[in-house]
Design a protein around this ligand. Structure first.
Ligand SMILES: NC(=O)c1ccc[n+]([C@@H]2O[C@H](COP(=O)([O-])OP(=O)(O)OC[C@H]3O[C@@H](n4cnc5c(N)ncnc54)[C@H](O)[C@@H]3O)[C@@H](O)[C@H]2O)c1
Ligand SMILES: NC(=O)c1ccc[n+]([C@@H]2O[C@H](COP(=O)([O-])OP(=O)(O)OC[C@H]3O[C@@H](n4cnc5c(N)ncnc54)[C@H](O)[C@@H]3O)[C@@H](O)[C@H]2O)c1
Lengths: 202, 202
């Protein structure tokens, strides 16, 4: 079982390699890649050994070779369909963000208990009623969802999504979601981010 | 120097204590509090010893006592002013979020190079031109900022904010910001969150 923190770091290494590729750099030493990613070289080497043998001693890593190897491991080399549930203030801003598609994720449909067509104006994402959620997840075999419903409704929506086949959830509602062991939830709590920052400006 | 991860966990303990308070629970054992927070009891005890002696052996912790001690440590018992820069799709959604105020953070002003008044309609937050940024930060002695400008402009905006006195930044732009050692940046990269999730649905 690979620790989640290692997977986060893989994404960070991947971002650094993409920037090197844009600057036409072909090889990079583990010291230089580690510094760009903000980790120690021993941590970088340890993380990569989970996935295979990369680079040659003394020569460093081949930038495009390592980058496509990491894309393979992360599953980001193929476009993954994602649904979004709760098309309010935050949900509608996330629908308009082009950065997900660039990294290999496409929001294929958005669901709301009271859909407001203007919130999805000009987008190709289909806006659907919450009552269509289960059927859509099953028919399209969707595994990932972004949850931007009010805290009060979060758990009930998650229960329905998991029963229909969702395995991974990016949760913005400030609640601790209860899910079976095999379901993975990443929480984004923006108020907690500010609380973390405020400690350091004493 | 207390690790940042310890401070994150303090916020999580705080959320659990608030839920216990809402359910009129007066004392809690370290095992029960650790389980609610998703950590081991040894981790909970180790984190709390950074800040003082809490609880009595055998009796556990006094819920409201520990909660106000943590609020004191986190600085969340007094309202902190925050500014937001970049009032586009994401920025305008964050402006409307009531959850920041509940946790002790007030967005006192929002800045944009092309302010669109409709984006701040109905809100008491002042919408100002980007040219007013430095003067506002200095006059109001603002220490924290939320950054929701396009990646292309993120570094130049950060340079101006840091020069004016900002010490902590919550960054949403998908760029690695370069800041002096005493400035703290928390990055929220939503595409990376999805990448992290997608690994686990293999
Ligand atoms: N807006 C922000 O910046 C922000 C920041 C941090 C966290 N959050 C959290 O994100 C969530 C969404 O916030 P928001 O500001 O967009 O709220 P919002 O009220 O603007 O939007 C919520 C949407 O969810 C829909 N909804 C309610 N119940 C539903 C259900 N059962 N199925 C499908 N849709 C349902 C509503 O119709 C509404 O459109 C909240 O939990 C909030 O705490 C928001
Ligand atoms: N929308 C999302 O859901 C989302 C999700 C993840 C990350 N992001 C990131 O957040 C940032 C904002 O995204 P968005 O979708 O809101 O973009 P947007 O283009 O809708 O908004 C950006 C705003 O910043 C303003 N701006 C540009 N330069 C500025 C400057 N120098 N000073 C002040 N304001 C300036 C623009 O006028 C515009 O209003 C981007 O970096 C994006 O990559 C957005």
């Amino acid at each position: 079982e690979i620790p989640r923190k290692t997977i986060y770091r893989l994404s960070i290494f991947q971002r650094c390699l993409q920037r090197l590729k844009e600057n036409k750099v072909e090889t990079v030493s583990s010291e230089a890649l580690a510094k760009a990613a903000g980790v120690k070289p021993t941590q970088l080497r340890k993380d990569l050994t989970h996935f295979g043998q990369f680079g040659t001693r003394g020569l460093g890593y081949n930038v495009s070779g390592l980058s496509s190897a990491i894309a393979g491991v992360l599953g980001s080399s193929r476009l993954q369909p994602v649904i979004l549930v709760g098309v309010g203030n935050l949900g509608s801003a996330l629908l308009r963000y082009g950065g997900f598609q660039k990294e290999g994720f496409e929001i294929v449909a958005a669901f709301d208990s009271l859909p407001v067509p203007a919130r999805a104006k000009g987008l190709k994402t289909a806006l659907m009623k919450a009552t269509d959620l289960t059927r859509f997840i099953r028919r399209q075999n969707i595994k990932m969802a972004i949850l931007t419903v009010p805290a009060l409704h979060a758990q009930e929506v998650v229960n329905e999504m998991v029963a229909a086949g969702i395995q991974a959830i990016l949760n913005f509602s400030p609640v601790v979601l209860e899910v079976p062991k095999n379901i993975i939830v990443n929480n984004v709590d923006l108020a907690m981010e500010l609380e973390n920052l405020s400690y350091f400006i004493r």
